[in-house]
Design a protein around this ligand. Structure first.
Ligand SMILES: NC(=O)c1ccc[n+]([C@@H]2O[C@H](COP(=O)([O-])OP(=O)(O)OC[C@H]3O[C@@H](n4cnc5c(N)ncnc54)[C@H](O)[C@@H]3O)[C@@H](O)[C@H]2O)c1
Length: 449
């Protein structure tokens, strides 16, 4: 079966204030191919960008699907192919994703994007513009505008996408969503989500290091990609510690927001927040803040008790007031989780654990559980069957937009940001509005959908 001729949809809104050059404009637009003989022989040809860290978790899980064959591994660090090679031998190596996607062309049906956050959109948008289905790590992208373009392009090209938020498919989070839909705590008044890490704990610095180094095994220019140039320093950015730096990562909210807020969006059927504000102990131009509280107001839904609903995010060890939780004596809040406060009790949903319902200090015994699924295989199956996933960019996009709006609020602590999602605009603050997007280094631009 050849999957070409994808339908297009009208209405991809282009923002006047964003004028970005086309990326890969010289590349021919090739349709992707999913080869099928009989259903038992169906095969999905997958290329991976970023193959260690979470990238290895992604490819090893996707690769356990009997219909998947890997056709290209791309990593900017020559020492990080070892695990992938050990498990899947004889897959071609690439250093530059642009070269991989160009060279492999039609031999690629789908792409896994597991790079640091600042490169999700450049890679995923190029892949989708070439007609490839995409599995992209959370938080989907680095700016609100990038997240919106990814959602629009996936829809325009009718691609099967999934955000790499595997607990979306876990029994624990699915059960929490079901219990709210079943009305077990009635309509929801407010939600609190919190995580026990803060936005600068991994790099543990406030400023760039004075010393720099020449990387042996790292193609630093490609690692920087879309981000402004700066010298390489060992053990400061790559691997993993990039998440604390504003140019590359998205702080604690970006690291965990898409995980914890996923069941909040699912349970309450949230759309876009209408206002956001943040408080913390200070921020500079380099790293994300330490412990922060981000307050979101969303329009109310059929799951909420009022015309608006408050969702409060906390990180760095901050937690909601214990008295809200109605917990029995001696029961503590988990290190990370969400608390849904409803008309008829509260639901505590640990990250990641089975939910519990409490009412005035007593636990209600509820046995109903929703089974979990395999998030990676759900994407592969959906691609092969020409279907959509439950965590496609249409669902994940609004979650990731809210997360990155929270990060805009964190850059302007104490200000109330009024978000007009329909018109893609923060109308009450020019400085906040400018933070919806960013500029790109030449060669790594993201073209509007
Ligand atoms: N879903 C989850 O539970 C989960 C957990 C951890 C990380 N993540 C996400 O996965 C992504 C990767 O995080 P990580 O902790 O594995 O980071 P990492 O720095 O440990 O690993 C990133 C990998 O990508 C490679 N890489 C970096 N830039 C690249 C580029 N331009 N082209 C090709 N390869 C490149 C690196 O060499 C490295 O092998 C992030 O988006 C992060 O938010 C998700």
């Amino acid at each position: 079966m050849t999957m070409t001729g994808r339908s297009t949809i009208p209405g991809s809104s282009r923002r006047g204030f964003i004028t970005q050059a086309a990326v890969g404009s010289s590349l021919a637009l090739a349709g992707s191919r999913v080869t099928t003989g009989s259903s038992a022989l169906r095969q999905l040809n997958v290329a991976c960008v970023g193959v260690k860290g979470m990238g290895f978790a992604d490819l090893s899980n996707v690769g356990k699907h009997s219909s998947v064959r890997f056709v290209g591994f791309c990593d900017i660090d020559s020492e990080r192919f070892d695990q992938a090679d050990k498990q899947f031998a004889n897959v071609d190596h690439f250093v530059d994703y642009r070269e991989m996607l160009t060279k492999l062309g039609d031999r690629v049906d789908a792409v896994i994007v597991s790079t640091p956050d600042h490169m999700h959109a450049p890679v995923a948008m190029m892949a989708m513009s070439l007609g490839k289905h995409v599995y992209c790590q959370k938080p989907l992208a680095h700016t609100v505008w990038e997240v919106r373009q990814m959602r629009l392009l996936a829809s325009k090209k009718n691609l099967t996408t999934q955000m790499g938020n595997q607990i979306h498919s876990a029994s624990e989070y699915r059960t929490g969503v079901r219990w709210i839909h079943d009305g077990l705590i009635g309509k929801v008044h407010e939600v609190h989500s919190w995580v026990g890490v803060n936005g600068r704990q991994y790099c543990n610095r406030l400023d760039r290091p004075a010393a720099n180094d020449t990387p042996r095994n790292v193609a630093w220019d490609l690692w920087l990609g879309a981000a402004p140039e700066r010298p390489f320093s060992p053990d400061v950015y790559h691997p993993f510690k990039w998440r604390d730096w504003q140019d590359f990562g998205s702080g604690a909210l970006g690291d965990f927001g898409c995980h914890l807020l996923d069941p909040v969006f699912g349970a309450l059927e949230l759309t876009a927040p209408i206002s956001i504000s943040a408080i913390h102990d200070g921020i500079n131009q380099e790293v994300w803040p330490g412990p922060e509280t981000v307050a979101y107001t969303f329009p109310g839904t059929r799951r909420t008790s009022a015309s608006t609903v408050q969702v409060t995010w906390r990180d760095g060890g901050l937690q909601p007031p214990l008295e809200l939780a109605q917990l029995p004596e001696g029961v503590a809040l988990p290190k990370s989780g969400s608390l849904f406060v409803g008309e008829a009790g509260v639901m505590l949903l640990p990250h990641v654990g089975m939910p519990s319902i409490y009412e005035r200090g007593k636990k209600r015994e509820i046995t109903e559980k929703v089974p979990g699924g395999n998030h990676w295989h759900a994407w592969v199956d959906a691609v092969l069957e020409g279907k959509k996933t439950t965590d496609g960019f249409d669902f994940a996009g609004p979650v990731a937009e809210a997360v990155q709006l929270g990060n805009i609020a964190a850059k302007l602590p104490g200000s109330l940001i009024e978000w007009d999602s329909q018109n893609f605009m923060i109308g009450n603050s020019k400085s906040a509005n400018q933070l919806l997007t960013k500029s790109y280094r030449p060669g790594f631009e993201v073209k509007p959908a």
